[in-house]
Design a protein around this ligand. Structure first.
Ligand SMILES: *Cc1c(COP(=O)(O)O)cnc(C)c1O
Length: 384
């Protein structure tokens, strides 16, 4: 029995990094009945519009939301609407989708470094990379922690650049009003199942006025204004009514999801506060104030310790993720041999070798949190 359980544990972790919340049949039914009654399945239907309005009101700041098929398409639409051409300065410390979206928008990603001791793109590093070919900055609020918007906005203004935020990690995280999702010329949100708030698949572009929102909607609708007119290039960025139904039902219970995650984060923070060689969220060097979307540990105990810790947790059936390793600029598709990432973005390089994100989701029980804590403590006791 024991051996069987151990073997099973090795194949399917007991405590996963994330487990998408999925609404109960009762929660979903009213939305599905509306789809059945209207027979409106996709192409900007009533549930999509309702979810757009609900998200815009939660974000605040008088913003407008356009729902699209996924976060990558949200980024591509935002880049197109911002008029991005030539070079777009971004961070290598992100998910590969950020740079892929730049390339699919017909531009070249140029990688700036991140803030010393931080996770987000460094405004000074951005400014050093501006050339006559630069058209925009695509910054990422990593783990939902806000970028230095003032500094980035100043750089954008000085050089006449667009400022777009990848806010994939942000919806529902943090209590700022307006939300971090309202910053920039545009923000792109992901509603993928691994994110805290999701619609199974989905994305959203946040814009500042109705005319711009309509333009995003048009780009996401093949660029068509009418049957006879396509003023600019578009694509299929549609979100279906079924996806919007899941989004609406999940939005009904987002406070509960956030509350459950806060409890897990508190368990981690309390129990790991005294462990040498770890910098927890909320501390200098890891200023993430409200680690509900992700719980990033900086493992500063030495080279290779982070990876050994990840292996140690995996052997106990706990999945922790090395977000973000490797750096996007280390992938073959984005590598530039003339500028090795270890040299040109040394701060991002260090962070990518240090950070381990612990499991955090609303399906974790408090004993799961304790189990992760015990595994971490055991590792550092052995190592120490
Ligand atoms: C998840 C994610 C994306 C992509 O979102 P999809 O909905 O999966 O296309 C983009 N950027 C970041 C930082 C992400 O974490």
């Amino acid at each position: 029995m024991k051996a069987h359980a151990a073997a099973e544990g090795a194949q399917s972790p007991r405590i996963r990094m994330s487990e998408p919340g999925f609404p109960s049949v009762e929660q979903l039914a009213p939305y599905l009945e509306r789809i059945g009654a209207s027979r409106w399945l996709t192409n900007r239907g009533p549930l999509v519009e309702e979810l757009e309005a609900a998200m815009a009101s939660r974000i605040g700041g008088g913003c407008h939301v356009s729902l699209v098929a996924n976060g990558t398409i949200a980024l591509i639409c935002a880049l197109r609407a911002a008029g991005a051409t030539g070079e777009v300065i971004t961070t290598p410390y992100t998910y590969i989708a950020t740079a892929a979206a730049i390339a699919w928008a017909g531009c070249k990603p140029v990688f700036a470094d991140i803030d010393p001791g931080g996770f987000n793109i460094c405004a000074e590093s951005v400014e050093r990379l501006v050339t006559p070919a630069t058209s925009a900055i695509l910054a990422v609020h990593v783990y939902g922690h806000p970028c230095d918007d003032q500094a980035l906005r100043a750089v954008a203004r000085r050089h006449g650049l667009g400022l777009i935020y990848d806010a994939a990690h942000c919806f529902g995280a943090g209590d700022a009003d307006p939300s971090v999702c309202a910053l920039g010329d545009f923000a792109a949100i992901s509603l993928h199942a691994t994110k805290m708030f999701h619609a199974v698949e989905g994305g959203a572009v946040v814009s500042n006025d109705l005319e711009t929102k309509r333009r995003i909607d048009r780009i996401a609708g093949f660029g068509l204004e009418s049957e006879l007119a396509a003023p600019e290039l578009g694509l299929n960025g549609r979100m279906s009514e079924l996806h919007a139904a899941v989004g609406l039902a999940n939005l009904d219970s987002i406070e509960r999801e956030v509350g459950l995650r806060r409890q897990i984060a508190e368990t981690y923070r309390t129990a790991l506060a005294g462990v040498d060689g770890l910098i927890l969220p909320g501390k200098a060097g890891n200023p993430l104030a409200d680690p509900v979307s992700y719980f990033p540990l900086r493992v500063t105990a030495g080279e290779g310790v982070r990876d050994a810790l990840a292996d140690h947790l995996a052997s106990r059936g706990i999945t922790a993720r090395r977000y973000f390793f490797p750096l996007v600029s280390e992938f073959e598709a984005f590598r530039d041999p003339a500028h090795p990432a270890s040299e040109s973005t040394s701060e991002a390089w260090s962070r990518s070798r240090e950070v381990l994100c612990l499991p955090i989701h609303g399906r974790m029980r408090s004993r799961d949190g304790s189990c992760v804590v015990q595994a971490l403590q055991a590792f550092f006791t052995q190592a120490g």
